[in-house]
Design a protein around this ligand. Structure first.
Ligand code: NAD
Length: 490
């Protein structure tokens, strides 16, 4: 099966690619050059309804399929992505502008791991059961039967398109659900390639559908307002999450939300300087700062503030911006001109708020070939406080504010002084303090002396504006299934 019709990225409904419609399409732009590299067929409400109908029809037989057969499809999908590895790398890099080296190391590798991990997790899952004592020496047996949630709407953003998509699709399918997927309008490529892979892996028609388009008034809204959805799993901004929540509220559908972050790092004066600088450089600048887990607030104990600031500036200067196809490139552009305008707005606001710019703060000269891309300079500020908007709002770019602190209590209070609660990292050689401070963070994930190190069986998610619920390992099973408890009087 193949999706490639030259310049079209097509919708995938009920096991086949849909003929595109010239009158309902939008451009897919390469963020590195600003050039159009494909046309995307925008799904209208009728096509979304067809996808929902196909999913509903396919759901019954799939949920009755033995777990070992369902997980075998996931394992074959992992093998097929591995076989087509470089094709996925190229598609992801073309859509996002990220360096091919990063797409290889992170995005495509994690997609394969997602399929394999959730095949293992679902294959090994048991059921809860309780033997209940009753008066008179009688007993009752309670056991829970996990059933699929049903037809699940999967809505994902543009920053890690394939990674975040497979993180949801793999457990959903393994648990016996059908999915209708709405990738970001910026990055439709790999979700479409995945349709080929899943079909080739033997997934029956109707279980994985892809509808392309935007949010409001387009495929996103057609999907979330559809009366047939049994649940929504969404990764994206907190504002869109709140909107989707209102949309599904009248039908009381479960939601799983992985939303924005304004993540803190806390650096104590006993931290290993080199290890900390390496970790901070990744956590501030990885994927051009466009990872929900990226650090945008760095709290540094005053006695090492200058060392950390100087070291981080030095590391920022070693980042290599350039063509995503160049193996030596470490840092790509932002996703779009629109997003760059937003990030530049925060650059201006930081200056107006009295920030001292240690490095960056502008738009780099990338030469004629890349002049149309949405490039931005890696940027570091001092001189700001938790009161400033740029320290409170998610920027989602390669930028961080460095703020000094004196005591452990002060550091914890500063890090927790936020409406978000996704991730934090703590840097210290004192392991007791590392545990203590990590546990005190009001976040879903806290790291000690590392960042973005993930075991896919552990829970992932956030508190506050950063989300609702957890996914990963058992937590995914809880979202993608509904238990029916059976009580038998013995
Ligand atoms: P976004 O909220 O603008 O869009 C996310 C998805 O929702 C896209 O597919 C979009 O088309 C769709 N959408 C938009 N409006 C909609 C509507 N009214 N109805 C239905 N769907 C709609 O987010 P983005 O700009 O694509 O992604 C960046 C955001 O995602 C950042 O805030 C980032 O922190 C967050 N994010 C969070 C995580 C996490 O795991 N917590 C991971 C990655 C990204």
């Amino acid at each position: 099966m193949t999706a490639d019709t030259g310049r079209w990225i097509r919708n995938f409904v009920d096991g086949r690619f849909i003929e595109p419609d010239e009158n309902h399409s939008f451009d897919n732009i390469d963020p590195a050059t600003g050039l159009v590299h494909a046309s995307v067929h925008e799904a209208d409400a009728t096509l979304v309804d067809r996808a929902m109908t196909a999913a509903r029809r396919a759901l019954g037989p799939w949920s009755a399929t033995p777990v070992r057969e369902r997980t075998a499809v996931l394992r074959r999908a992992a093998d097929l992505v591995e076989e087509r590895f470089e094709e996925f790398v190229s598609a992801e890099s073309a859509d996002t502008g990220k360096p091919v080296s990063l797409a290889r190391e992170l995005d495509v590798a994690r997609a394969i791991a997602n399929f394999r991990t959730f095949a293992d997790v679902v294959a090994a899952a048991g059921q809860e059961s309780f033997l209940t004592d009753l008066p008179g020496g009688h007993h009752a047996l309670n056991y829970a039967v996990r059933k699929p949630l049903g037809v699940v709407a999967v809505i994902v953003p543009w920053n890690l398109p394939l990674l975040l998509l497979t993180w949801k699709v793999a457990p959903a399918l393994a648990c016996g659900n059908a999915v209708v997927v709405k990738p970001s309008e910026e990055t439709p490529g790999t979700a479409t390639l995945l349709a080929e892979v899943l079909a080739d892996a033997g997934l029956p028609a109707g279980l994985y559908n892809v509808v392309h388009g935007f949010g409001g008034g387009s495929a996103g809204e057609h999907l979330t307002t559809h009366p047939g959805i049994d649940g929504v799993t969404f990764t994206g901004s907190s504002a869109t999450g709140a909107h989707v929540m209102r949309t599904v509220a009248p039908r009381v559908r479960p939601v799983s939300f992985e939303l924005g972050g304004k993540n803190a790092a806390i650096v104590f004066d006993d931290a290993d300087l080199e290890e900390t600088l390496t970790g901070l450089t990744r956590s501030v600048f990885a994927n051009t700062g466009q990872v929900c887990l990226c650090t945008e607030r760095v709290y540094v104990q005053r006695s090492v503030f200058a060392d950390i600031a100087d070291g981080l500036v030095e590391r920022a200067h070693t980042l290599r911006l350039g063509s995503p196809l160049d193996e030596a490139t470490t840092t790509g552009p932002l996703i779009s001109q629109k997003h760059r305008e937003k990030v530049r707005g925060y650059f201006e606001l930081a200056e107006r708020s009295g920030a001292k710019i240690l490095t960056g703060g502008g738009v780099p000269d990338m030469g004629a070939e890349l002049a149309g891309g949405s490039w931005i300079e890696p940027t570091l500020w001092t001189g700001l406080t938790n009161k400033d908007r740029v320290v409170r709002e998610e920027i989602f770019g390669p930028v961080a504010a460095l703020i000094p602190f004196d005591t452990e209590e002060e550091a914890i209070a500063l890090a927790n002084d936020t409406d978000y609660g996704l991730a934090a990292s703590v840097w210290t050689r004192d392991l007791r303090r590392g545990h203590r401070v990590a546990q005190a963070m009001n976040v879903g994930m806290a790291w000690v002396n590392t960042w973005f190190l993930r075991d896919l069986r552990s829970p992932f998610g956030g508190v506050g504006l950063s989300g609702i619920g957890r996914e990963g390992g058992e937590s995914s099973l809880h979202f993608y299934t509904e238990p029916t408890n059976v009580c038998v009087h013995l």
